[in-house]
Ligand binder design. Structure first.
Ligand code: NG6
Ligand code: CA
Length: 514
């Protein structure tokens, strides 16, 4: 019956001189859909395909199994905003002095004149969408959250945007759809301030009795949904998100986006909020990992990826869609709330044996899960090639026939397609405005002032008064500093580092060049 109706419809459309839907889809399908699934603070060792045995991530593992699993894939930075900036623009974050962890009131970090992946793809006929975490600033200062909020994602290339402005732990705790706060009641306007509270409003610091989640450090300003946040917020009651529903909300939006735009090539940036704090699994996932909320939200994120992939399959898009899965920076356990991340970790190692974690110049800060899947096109493989998320820009440009290139972005399409094992020669790694250089298997970290370790998060930052030099080929865990014993190598690295960074040497950098 269905078939009959279909063939009748096709006959009719042919008679009317139109191409059949099958034909038009085929020609458009020459350009694959492109999806970037970007987790927040997911560590190298948090994924089964990267060695996690305690924490199960079957859906991420399935992507890895069917695609290229990169073992030397890096986020450009050990924190969020700089990594996202670099991912979308193909430029090193340290070129932009404002590319630091942004408050919810920060102006847009990407210039509207800058090239971005979505702009580049739009010019090649793609529809472009973002669902999830933005954290790249909005407006041009002093945003009025009750009116049209711009510039933002729509002004840097996204046709459609359904986002949270900053992080789940920062105000405003509302969703923003194409520049407008979703579900806002104008008679209860939103006010945001990162410096001072609004009179009479409770805070995490003064009203512990109102909290369902206790703060450990930071996170003691406004309370939303029983969770103390960074920054002060007043009003906007009807628009406030329910943290426990966030995963479902973004998933449904991402699925809807795919269904709505499947008839033209599309680019979707699906930016998951997990496992960043506050970790608030939906009740379906509570207890699912045995590791407390951090593990549970990773299980939840993995489920979301599975559901999302199911939608691609149901819509017949699997074979014409590239899915890139990665994370914006490495893992952290206690990032400011008492949520048992440390206490219930058991034998799981989020860093996968790498040194450091989020905020760190050591490997676990920036080396992240990095998977490229395109069923039927990419032959499953494991690649040790050195690649950065910065390279996605130019590689996708080549794929879709664009001549545009990101400033620091290398065309590594063949690596991402599993056809070559030759990645970058070198890469500058960044962590909270400090930088280091990787070249081949060597990593050089210049001297930095500052504590060796951030005790609150219990992570070694990579700071040392002396140069550090590690050979990852023999010392993946960065235990043996070879700066003295390999002085020639150190000099070579210093010279290249100075050449790449040029005048962009950070203020706290104790760089001594001969
Ligand atoms: C830090 C927050 C941390 C997290 C981070 C941003 C404190 C003490 N810590 O300042 O909890 O929000 O910023 O993380 O406030 S990121 O992944 O978005 O970069
Ligand atoms: Ca992050």
């Amino acid at each position: 019956m269905v078939l009959m109706i279909l063939s009748l419809a096709m006959m009719l459309s042919c008679q009317m001189g139109e191409t059949t839907s099958t034909e038009s889809t085929k020609s458009e399908n020459d350009k694959p859909n492109i999806i970037i699934i970007y987790a927040d603070d997911l560590g190298y060792g948090d994924v089964g395909a990267y060695g996690s045995t305690e924490l199960k991530t079957p859906h991420m593992d399935a992507l890895a199994k069917g695609g290229v699993r990169l073992t030397n894939g890096y986020a450009s930075s050990a924190t969020c905003s700089p990594s996202r900036y670099a991912l979308l623009t193909g430029s090193y974050p340290w070129r932009n002095k404002r590319a630091k962890i942004l408050p919810g009131t920060a102006p847009l970090l990407i210039s509207t004149t800058q090239q971005t992946i979505p702009k580049m793809l739009k010019a090649q006929g793609y529809h472009t969408g973002i669902v999830g975490k933005w954290h790249l600033g909005l407006g041009s200062g002093n945003v009025n959250w009750n009116e049209h909020i711009a510039p933002g994602p729509n002004e840097v290339g996204f046709d459609h945007a359904y986002i949270m402005a900053a992080t789940q732990d920062r105000v405003p705790t509302v969703y923003i759809e194409n520049g407008y706060v979703s579900q806002l009641d104008k008679s209860d306007p939103i006010e945001i301030d990162y410096a001072k509270n609004f009179e009479g409003e409770p805070t995490g610091k003064d009203n512990p009795e109102l909290l369902k989640l206790k703060w450990h450090h930071g996170h003691n300003s406004s309370i939303v949904n029983g969770i103390p946040r960074i920054g002060f917020m007043k009003g906007g009651e009807s628009a406030k998100w329910v943290d426990e529903n966030m995963a479902d909300t973004f998933l449904v939006r991402a699925q809807h986006y795919v269904k709505a735009h499947k008839d033209q090539p599309f680019f979707l940036y699906y930016a998951l909020q997990q496992p960043h704090v506050p970790r608030t699994p939906h009740e379906r996932f509570i207890g699912s990992s045995g590791m407390g909320p951090r593990g549970d939200v990773i299980v939840e994120a993995d489920w979301c990826i599975g559901e999302f992939m199911k939608t691609l399959k149901e819509e017949g898009l699997l074979e014409n869609t590239i899915v890139i899965l990665s994370s914006d920076n490495g893992p952290v356990l206690n990032d400011g709330y008492y949520d048992d991340a440390v206490e219930k970790l058991g034998s799981h190692t989020p860093s996968g044996g790498l040194r450091g974690g989020k905020y760190s110049l050591f490997e676990a800060g920036t080396r992240v899960p990095f998977i490229v899947s395109w069923p039927g096109v990419i032959k499953p493989s494991i690649s040790d090639a050195l690649v950065s998320q910065i390279d996605i820009f130019s590689s996708l440009a080549t794929l879709v026939g664009s001549e545009l290139r990101g400033q620091d972005s290398q065309d590594l399409l063949d690596v991402f397609m599993g056809k070559s094992q030759t990645g970058r020669d070198d890469l500058v790694l960044e962590a909270t405005t400090r930088t280091a250089l990787r070249k081949g298997s060597w990593v050089m970290i210049p001297p930095y002032k500052g504590p060796a370790k951030n005790d609150r998060v219990n992570i070694e930052l990579g700071n040392d008064p002396d140069y550090q030099l590690y050979n990852l080929a023999t010392d993946l865990a960065q235990q043996e500093n070879l700066a003295t014993s390999h002085a020639d190598k150190l000099d070579e690295m210093k010279a290249l580092y100075a050449e790449i960074k040029g005048s962009n040497i950070a203020e706290n950098e104790q760089l001594e060049l001969k």
